[in-house]
Design a protein around this ligand. Sequence first.
Ligand code: FAD
Length: 286
Amino acid sequence: MIPVPFDYLRPATLAEAVAALGSAEEGKLLAGGQSLLPVLRLRLAAPTLLVDLGAVPGLRGVQLSGADLVIGAMTTHAEVAASDLVREHAPLLAAAAATVGDRQVRHRGTLGGSLAHADPAADLPAVAAALDAVCVVAGPSGRRSIPAADFAVDLFTTALAPDEVLVEVRLPSTAGWAVHYEKFHRTAQSWAIVGVAAAVRRDNGGIGAARVALTNVGPVPHRARGVEEALAGAPATAEAIATACAGAAEGTDPVDDLTASARYRRELARVLSTRAVCRALGVRAD
Ligand code: FAD
């Protein structure tokens, strides 16, 4: 399919990008193009202007700022997965980024694009929600911060205004936490039927604190707060973890689609949450 005709702009500054979005009849940002180009080709969107972020400085890279890890929105999945800083301070994000699509997708697709696209089956929005990440966005009146848990508001819809750009993602360091991203998919390079992001802090041989978020069990990432509360203070045994994860599907709203029924997804939520926490802690799940 051929997209509807559009104008193309490659601004040299963030301010120019924001201004271009504000003045367009319908502007769209272009990052890695891995989700946007298929959308355009299928004519699911028909922007009048494409604003390419590729030449805007300061949007790419990873750095530490105090206790926060700061990742530029244009940092690719491959860069996130390979970054020593991400591996140390947000090992769950590095692990999940390595599972996104295939090598080509990971070398073009970006963290910011993944969060802004807000696909319910995407891996990284759930990880960002689990890690209490904060999305920093820039608009005509300056910058504001949006917790990652509130960033996706519905299917393919975010809290971004039409003239705002996601600039960076800030994550409190989880260095030393035990982590695992459990992705259940039909083939190695396909999307998650359900995914579970788990980060666990050990405490005296047991579980001190846990963060668990699920992907593809509703229109937006699902933070399993009930599971987290049940895990905190529990012993690090397969039985205790399975008991704590029994209610992982509570509050989810999965759909029936070609890959799985809603009922199956709810069952996966329980099974995969148990598996993710067990694998994070190196506990054998029965
Ligand atoms: P683009 O496609 O350029 O943009 C996507 C959307 O985000 C557009 O609406 C764009 O306007 C907006 N946007 C981009 N950057 C910004 C910004 N900085 N601020 C505001 N808005 C912005 N994803 C997974 O999570 N798991 C998978 O297993 C997976 N498999 C894939 C397999 C294939 C074959 C393909 C093609 C894609 C797959 N993806 C998967 C999607 C991939 O992760 C994309 O990289 C990601 O969804 C979008 O990132 P992008 O940089 O390509 O964004």
